[in-house]
Design a protein around this ligand. Structure first.
Ligand SMILES: Cc1cc2nc3c(=O)[nH]c(=O)nc-3n(C[C@H](O)[C@H](O)[C@H](O)COP(=O)(O)OP(=O)(O)OC[C@H]3O[C@@H](n4cnc5c(N)ncnc54)[C@H](O)[C@@H]3O)c2cc1C
Length: 402
């Protein structure tokens, strides 16, 4: 199999690169906005970076480069998955970050396409593509992360609305978002997976309060979010009442693939440059580390193609997304560690981007599902090992001790 560009793909790459060179900010330039989670960034700087990301997404949409592989009826080009990957690869060379749109583009949009009504698709997909809506994912709770189906936020029917009470946590960019995707319990009399409903909720709803959490990176893009009698119209239920677990699988599969596809945050060429600048390009141990970093990035590139091909063919993303997610976390950890060794003790005091990557590598490993959970998926779905024992199987949620 040849993974090089075909002549048509090479022409597409050249066209994309030319457009990006004319419009995208160069990495490290004052116009760049690829440092959304830099240490010590103020709320004002964060709002400025978010505004630039929104303007960039709007420009991509206006010039026909946004959501390339979406169907044309929602504004996409109907381009191939390979073309979408090529554009992302090229865009990754510039000072651009699309992280505030991750929940909108990689969670809300695919979920809407799979489960939304025509009216919901018409209402949300085009504005998402134009960068007009930032979404937040309101799934995790203090007692429900890996065991998401054990969540306790409750939504109670009241006329044409649901009234939601509860607490969510680790909600990326919730303080900047216009809309949230929310999982809440609508029936406690059935086993935990069966009584959940998936909502779109306006983040400026009365009673909804996202509070940023400061992390050890210095950034504060996470939030804990409190919901106190938040009213959601029934028209904002996605995929049917009490069907939320099935709907959430679409979101979670797509999220896992998107988080796993973040290996491009590691600049292997930059690591090689760093080794040269530090005068260590001829050190045998350093050369081993550089070659390993390059091998990991190539393996991840091919795995990414496999996952995106499955997505483009409408096939459910398989456990390869779990493999990719584990390897991406390891790649970010090991490569940033190699960079820290090259920087030496000075690295601990510098604000070099390798330092923030090293500190934030835990986030990449945990977000979208921890390595242990991914290994359980691989054990069950690839190796055919028995499923994990479940003491709560078949027991109504209200009878569980949570
Ligand atoms: C960068 C980042 C972004 C995130 N963004 C969001 C967001 O926008 N919205 C949102 O809702 N959530 C978000 N999260 C939360 C994330 O989904 C959870 O942190 C994750 O699912 C783990 O849940 P937890 O933190 O509750 O850990 P727990 O589930 O309590 O796990 C604790 C430890 O126990 C292990 N463990 C748990 N169950 C098992 C098991 N069955 N077998 C083996 N080991 C197990 C875990 O691997 C882990 O090591 C984000 C997290 C991060 C780090």
């Amino acid at each position: 199999m040849d993974f090089g560009d075909t002549p048509a793909e090479a022409a597409f790459r050249a066209e994309a690169r030319a457009w990006l060179e004319a419009h995208a900010p160069v990495k490290g330039s004052p116009e760049a906005f690829d440092k959304m989670s830099s240490p010590g960034r103020s709320a004002e700087e964060e709002r400025d970076l978010a505004a630039r990301a929104r303007a960039w997404q709007a420009q991509l949409a206006a010039d026909g480069w946004a959501c390339l592989d979406w169907p044309q009826e929602y504004g996409g080009r109907g381009a191939s998955t390979v073309e979408a990957i090529i554009f992302d690869e090229e865009q990754g060379r510039f000072g651009v970050s699309m992280s505030i749109f991750m929940a909108a583009l990689s969670m809300a949009a695919p979920t809407l396409m799979a489960w939304g009504t025509d009216e919901q698709k018409q209402r949300f997909l085009k504005p998402i593509r134009r960068g007009e809506i930032v979404f937040a994912q309101l799934f995790s709770e203090p007692n429900a992360g890996s065991d998401l189906a054990g969540l306790q936020a409750r939504a109670v029917e009241d006329g044409d609305e649901f009234v939601v009470n509860g607490q969510k946590v680790w909600n990326s960019y919730a303080h900047l978002a216009e809309w949230g995707i929310l999982l809440a319990r609508t029936n406690s009399d059935v086993p935990k997976h069966q009584g959940l409903t998936y909502f779109f909720v306006k983040m400026d709803s009365e009673g909804l309060d996202p509070r940023p959490l400061r992390q050890m990176t210095g950034g504060a893009e996470f939030n804990e979010t409190f919901l106190d009698n938040v009213r959601i119209p029934k028209e904002n239920v996605i995929g049917g009442v009490n069907n939320g677990w099935a709907v959430a699988q679409t979101t979670l599969n797509s999220e896992r693939a998107a988080v796993g596809a973040q290996s491009s945050v590691v600049d292997v060429d930059g690591l090689v440059d760093l080794a040269r600048r530090q005068g260590q390009g001829d050190d045998p141990a350093v050369r081993q580390a550089l070659a390993e970093a390059w091998i990991r990035s190539e393996v991840l590139r091919y795995l990414g193609m496999r996952v995106y091909t499955a997505l483009s063919q409408g096939t459910e993303i398989g456990p390869e997304a779990s493999i990719m997610k584990i390897l991406t976390g390891d790649h970010i950890r090991d490569t940033s560690q190699a960079a820290m060794e090259l920087l030496g003790p000075d690295g601990m005091l510098s604000d070099d981007s390798w330092v923030s990557l090293m500190i934030s590598h835990f986030a990449h490993k945990i977000g979208g599902g921890t390595p242990e959970i991914q290994r359980n998926v691989i054990g069950e779905r690839i190796l055919g090992l028995p499923r994990e024992p479940r003491a709560d199987k078949g027991i109504p949620f209200r009878e569980l001790k949570v």
